[in-house]
Write a protein that binds this ligand. Structure first.
Ligand SMILES: Nc1ncnc2c1ncn2[C@@H]1O[C@H](COP(=O)(O)OP(=O)(O)O)[C@@H](O)[C@H]1O
Ligand SMILES: [Mg+2]
Length: 239
């Protein structure tokens, strides 16, 4: 892992990353020459309007897809060097993911949803149960362990998804527009919770948004437009 002068280490790196999608005859340039380093402990926002490449970049960092060219390093590993089995276990051990639409199993309770990733890595039942309970308590849902998603509000569902990402104790959590389906007040509560976890659990977060109010909670902002990094847009003049 790269050490910086200030002692913090580089947890993620994109080196000259390009991604194209082929749609019949048309080639879509989703990412062009992206260079980005994320240090441990950051709470980084990817900002840009719809179509700017935020989801594509998060999917590459999250090892859900591979770049067309360039390299992606996660926790010091060049992920192109892992075959699909190695990549799956690396991803399970290192990375948590939170989605805009929560992606919870509708028939499972909050606790069962949070237990699910531990079921995949064969954690014993008693430990699974305890850790799920602990994670749900950590996000303020101690009283909702047995509720199914349809018995929870949008904000509560996203808290379940946060607990599910957290329960694996990942180094990094990626969140793709985690507040896009929430009202303003709930959006800020959810982001504030993520920020608290960033500090208390020492988990690095990279999240995407196009909401300027949410952006103000980031420790750093990476602005994107048309698949490229762009400078911060000028702040509107105060009167
Ligand atoms: N699976 C895909 N196939 C073809 N084009 C895609 C695909 N996913 C994304 N794109 C295109 O890539 C560009 C970036 O998309 P995306 O990463 O989803 O942006 P954002 O998340 O910022 O809205 C857009 O032009 C989008 O239409
Ligand atoms: Mg997107």
């Amino acid at each position: 892992m790269t050490q910086h002068g200030d002692g913090s280490s580089c947890l993620l790196r994109a080196e000259n990353v390009c991604k194209t999608y082929q749609l019949g005859e048309t080639t879509v340039q989703a990412l062009q020459n992206i260079d980005l380093e994320v240090r441990e402990g950051e709470f980084l926002a990817l900002a840009g309007s719809s179509g700017s490449g935020k989801t594509t970049l998060l999917n590459l960092f999250g090892c859900l897809d591979r770049p067309t060219s360039g390299r992606i390093f996660v926790a010091g590993t060049d992920v192109a060097e892992l075959d699909s089995d190695a990549l799956a276990s690396f991803r399970a051990a290192t990375i948590g993911f939170i989605f805009q639409t929560f992606n919870l199993f509708p028939v499972l309770s909050a606790r069962e949803n949070v237990e699910y990733p531990m079921l995949l890595n064969k954690t014993p039942a008693a430990e699974r149960e305890n850790r799920a309970k602990e994670a749900l308590e950590r996000v303020g849902l101690a009283r909702f362990l047995d509720h199914r998603p349809d018995q929870l509000s949008g904000g509560q569902r996203q808290r379940v998804a946060i607990a599910r990402a957290l329960v694996k104790r990942p180094k990094i959590i990626f969140a793709d527009e985690p507040t896009a389906n929430l009202d303003k007040k709930t959006a800020i509560e959810v982001l504030t919770l993520m920020r608290e976890l960033n500090t208390s659990e020492k988990v690095t977060f990279v999240f995407s948004t196009h909401d300027s109010m949410i952006l103000s909670l980031a420790s750093r902002i990476f602005h994107m437009s048309d698949g490229r990094q762009v400078p911060a847009p000028e702040a509107p003049h105060a009167h």
